[in-house]
Design a protein around this ligand. Structure first.
Ligand code: NAD
Length: 294
């Protein structure tokens, strides 16, 4: 049994913490939101009155927070209160530079740090089947591994500090680009008289095939479980895709990569996010139709 301080009990953090409780770990949880705290309490976590109280005495601290600025603020607040050598595992999606900075702060305060962002969404968090992309030293990632296994179905040690976040934003940049490209192709096909079924039949086994098409088709019908069949209820919300593409665009610029399509994808989703934030990101196809006057 490990004594875990868990900070951030939102859509993802709450079910992740619940799985740790279920596996027999002692979870001391804190969130700014009283409703989120109450939900974690109902799942069996012990509740702390502050972030500092949640980490004092913990062997491992897991954070699942909205963004890098908040992660850094929380680290600055709690690092001095943790006992020496505490393992900090940040599962939030944050800028690569923020992830490295958070790890530096933790190490400078005498602790250990791993970045371990996830994919798999709320469904994966609930089922304990998340994919973790871990960055950190071999020893630190190995120390986090048994807890990640409780919350996840697949863990990849991607490299040193921040490289887990790199894997996350590279994957999501590619996903955003491929969803936009796929949606443009489907709308073009519609205009040219190509039905969705025939489009799927051809492209799903041709060179234009992608996960976006075969597992997450943005039109109803060919993939019955895709959000398009439920009026684009997320799934993976446009707000989160816009956030991740913004992180990818920042990383492209900071590293002087000529990533024109990645940067454009970030702009496309930033604009769609003004009206479609709560819709699944595959609803971008509706925006393309609308902007095309269809
Ligand atoms: P969320 O907004 O539902 O939860 C975040 C929680 O953090 C909230 O309950 C909020 O009250 C709490 N919080 C904010 N500041 C705090 C502080 N200073 N101290 C303690 N608690 C604080 O977000 P989410 O959907 O659970 O996502 C969390 C992270 O996981 C984000 O970085 C997101 O990008 C990433 N992520 C989300 C998904 C998804 O499908 N939701 C998938 C993969 C990754």
């Amino acid at each position: 049994m490990t004594r875990i301080g868990f900070l951030g009990l939102g859509n993802m953090g709450a079910p992740m913490a619940a799985n740790l409780v279920r596996a027999g770990h002692e979870v001391i949880a804190f969130d700014l939101s009283p409703a989120a705290r109450a939900q974690a309490g109902a799942a069996g976590a012990a509740l702390a009155e502050s972030a500092v109280a949640a980490v004092a005495g913990a062997e491992v601290v897991i954070t699942m927070l909205p963004n890098g600025a908040i992660v850094l603020d929380v680290y600055r607040e709690v690092l001095p209160a943790a006992r020496p050598g505490t393992l900090f595992v940040d599962c939030s999606t944050v800028d690569v530079a923020d992830a490295k900075r958070a790890a530096e702060l933790a190490v400078a305060a005498g602790h250990r740090a791993v970045d371990a962002p996830v994919s798999g969404g709320v469904a994966g968090a609930t089922a304990g089947t998340l994919t973790f992309m871990a960055g950190g030293t071999d020893d630190d990632v190995a120390a986090a591994w048994p807890l990640l296994e409780v919350m996840g179905g697949k863990i990849v040690h991607c490299g040193g500090s921040g490289v887990g976040q790199a894997a996350k934003i590279c994957n999501n940049m590619l996903l955003g680009i491929s969803m936009i490209g796929l949606s443009e192709a489907i709308v073009l096909g519609e205009q040219l008289g190509l039905s969705h079924d025939k489009f799927f039949d051809v492209v799903s086994t041709a060179s234009g095939q992608s996960w976006a098409l075969t597992s997450y088709c943005p039109v109803p019908g060919p993939v019955p479980a895709s959000p398009a069949n439920k009026d684009y209820a997320p799934g993976f919300a446009t707000a989160l895709m816009a956030k991740d593409l913004g992180l990818a665009a920042n990383a492209l610029a900071a590293n002087h990569i000529d990533g024109q399509v990645g940067a454009l994808a970030a702009q496309v989703y930033e604009r769609f996010n003004r009206t479609g934030a709560g819709l699944d990101f595959s609803a971008i196809i509706t925006d393309i139709r609308e902007r095309s006057g269809r």
